[in-house]
Design a protein around this ligand. Structure first.
Ligand SMILES: NC(=O)c1ccc[n+]([C@@H]2O[C@H](COP(=O)([O-])OP(=O)(O)OC[C@H]3O[C@@H](n4cnc5c(N)ncnc54)[C@H](OP(=O)(O)O)[C@@H]3O)[C@@H](O)[C@H]2O)c1
Length: 206
């Protein structure tokens, strides 16, 4: 399975504002790239905190005015996402991996397993059984690090926006680590730099 990570961080290393507050880091032109990437995958995966903090709709809106609707995949062990989240609007297929039994929520199919079984290999197996071949992981840091640690990530894109965020936000990586050979390519874009990182070099970086 092809598993792509795409995430944006500030110049000083935060992917959110203080306390997880949602923040615009990527530039308008980078958003075009992200929407093209979204349009190319079978599913877009995020963690519960990302849904709670950002309320994304996880659709792809490429420049031609169309809306592409990959499946939305939410990791939500405790079934904490609000019932009015955009991902529950029933306009795309939404899968929620959870350990909460005997509950249903409108707008999503619940895939229930005991918490200890909600591992990356299990999640990948289920998604493959559903016919998915390519997924995009958009965050947050917790979910990304699980997939990186499992050596499941095949491509890792990091956009560094030209913004310095206040302290107290969520970090993708722990500070004070040297990761030799992590940067595979870099490109200066309007509003920031797009890096492709070697996912295997990022193990233990969180
Ligand atoms: N800049 C960007 O590109 C970007 C992109 C996305 C998000 N963000 C930011 O990232 C922040 C959120 O990141 P985060 O690291 O705090 O959280 P997260 O990764 O979005 O979500 C973590 C939560 O997801 C659930 N989860 C994780 N793995 C699971 C598994 N294997 N099975 C079942 N549930 C699982 C857990 O909820 P339970 O503990 O309830 O089980 C966990 O607490 C937000 O502030 C958001 O704004 C930034």
């Amino acid at each position: 399975m092809e598993i792509i990570v795409n995430v944006a961080q500030s110049l000083n290393g935060f992917i959110s504002g203080p306390g997880g507050k949602t923040a615009r880091i990527s530039s308008p032109s980078d958003q075009i790239r992200v929407h093209m990437l979204r349009a190319s995958v079978d599913g877009i995966l995020v963690g519960a905190n990302t849904v709670i903090c950002d309320n994304p709709d996880l659709t792809a809106r490429p420049e031609d005015g169309t809306v592409v609707r990959p499946a939305r995949i939410i990791l939500d062990g405790g079934l904490r996402i609000p019932r009015d989240s955009k991902v529950l609007d029933s306009r795309s297929r939404t899968l929620v991996f959870t350990s909460v039994r005997d509950r249903e929520i409108d707008g999503a199919e619940l895939l229930v397993s005991p918490r200890v079984e909600l591992t990356v290999p299990h999640i990948i197996d289920v998604l493959q059984e559903l016919g998915m071949k390519k997924i995009l992981i958009e965050g947050g840091a917790n979910v990304i690090s699980q997939f990186v640690e499992s050596l499941a990530v095949t491509r890792f894109y990091l956009f560094i926006g030209q913004v310095i965020m206040p302290e107290g936000g969520v970090r993708l990586f722990s500070p004070n680590k040297e990761i030799e050979g992590a940067i595979m390519s870099s490109r200066i874009e309007p509003g920031g730099i797009l890096l492709e990182l070697d996912p295997e070099k990022l193990v233990n970086a969180k």
